[in-house]
Ligand binder design. Structure first.
Ligand SMILES: [Zn+2]
Length: 370
């Protein structure tokens, strides 16, 4: 499987191109009790997906269309998008009939931006790629007998910057030597750059059997919650994370540790699309050896450059909209609703012309933030 084909396939080209914004106006919540959740059946029908039978030895529910497969589970907060692991903001639920319910936040701020990145309403062309090798100076990050995080990420950052420049992109490095930077310095650099995307590089640490690359983005804003500058890019962040993670897994052949929500204050302070990439575990002996090698660092840099290029491609409104077929005309009659169904507040202040029911303000009670 090739990551580039994978992500481009996800870029709306083979999916329904409904003339809706990703503000959730057309999605009905499952019922009052599960306000803020959408039935998987409704999601499946919207994307024209088919149910996919799962092997007996594998739990979870799967839907897809031959090009894209979504598998919910086996853990309630686990989603696989075409084989790529993604952590949900909220665990899925089941309704009285055993049907799966998916949170509106995960639908609108993870699934839809990944399946249809060209529908991200505030996308704008990437002008500057800011590459941030983490740590530096008196803060070496994770250090073991064989590896020093601040050095490895500096090496990969240099290779990545060179590759992106070769591809004609504007690149800035937060540091080019072993100096210490404050998070505020990094945030200010991103704020000064025009239409930046910010990629912070790190190595992970954990038990000696833990390995794999992980990509973190800021936790998305919840309905009714204050929208911080970083949350303006919730949808773009999801598309960025999946583009980077897919490239690392398929091009660099890194073990898939998944796209995850952030526990890092740096990401929460930025005001442009941003991701923090854990390239691998410094504490896994074999992976540490790999991460120290020039060959694997080159592979990671090329993979990340591909991920960034893919993201920059789908963020360009002009080129992508040309690639999409025109949306179908609106249906003559509104869809029938058998039982009264109330919508949850989407947190989006824009009124939608396609609203079918008045919004019922009810905050999700299962928020889980890192
Ligand atoms: Zn680190």
């Amino acid at each position: 499987m090739k990551c580039f084909a994978l992500f481009l396939a996800l870029a709306g080209l083979s999916l329904p191109c409904f003339a809706v914004t990703a503000d959730g106006a057309m999605w009905n919540s499952a019922d009052n009790e599960n306000s803020g959740y959408i039935a998987l059946e409704e999601i499946r029908s919207f994307y024209k997906f088919m149910p996919i039978a799962q092997p007996r030895d594998r739990a979870g529910r799967a839907v897809g269309n031959g090009t894209v497969t979504l598998i919910f589970g086996p853990a309630p907060a686990e989603l696989s998008i075409h084989g790529l692991r993604c952590e949900l903001s909220h665990p899925t639920r089941s309704d009285d009939k055993g049907d799966l319910l998916v949170s509106r936040t995960d639908l609108l701020k993870l699934i839809d931006p990944v399946l249809r990145p060209t529908y991200i309403t505030n996308r704008r062309p990437v002008r500057t790629v800011i590459i941030d090798p983490g740590h530096g100076g008196h803060d070496p990050g994770t250090v073991t007998d064989s590896i020093r995080e601040s050095n490895v990420v500096l090496m990969v950052a240099g290779k990545l910057a060179a590759e992106l420049k070769k591809r004609g992109m504007e690149v800035q490095l937060t540091r080019e030597d072993n100096r210490h930077l404050s998070d505020q310095f990094r945030v200010d650099m991103a704020a000064r750059a025009e239409n930046a995307v910010f990629i912070s590089l790190h190595l992970n640490k954990g038990r000696s059997d833990m390995r794999g690359a992980e990509t973190y983005t800021a936790a998305p804003a919840e309905p009714g919650e204050e929208v911080r500058p970083v949350n303006e890019h919730d949808a773009a962040n999801a598309a960025l994370a999946v583009a980077l993670q897919a490239a690392m897994v398929h091009r660099a052949e890194a073990k898939d540790g998944g796209c995850r929500r952030s526990r890092y204050s740096l990401l929460n302070s930025l005001s442009c699309p941003a991701a923090l990439v854990e390239l691998g575990y410094a504490t896994h002996p074999e992976e540490a050896e790999l991460l120290s090698s020039d060959e694997y660092q080159n592979r990671l840099a090329l993979a990340l450059a591909d991920g960034i290029s893919t993201f920059a491609g789908v963020m360009n409104p002009e080129t992508q909209l040309k690639a999409l077929p025109p949306p179908p005309p609106p249906p003559a009659e509104p869809a029938k609703v058998d039982a009264p169904v109330k919508k949850a507040d989407t947190g989006n202040k824009k009124a939608s012309p396609r609203k079918r029911r008045p919004a019922a303000r009810k905050k999700s009670d299962s928020r889980r933030r890192k």
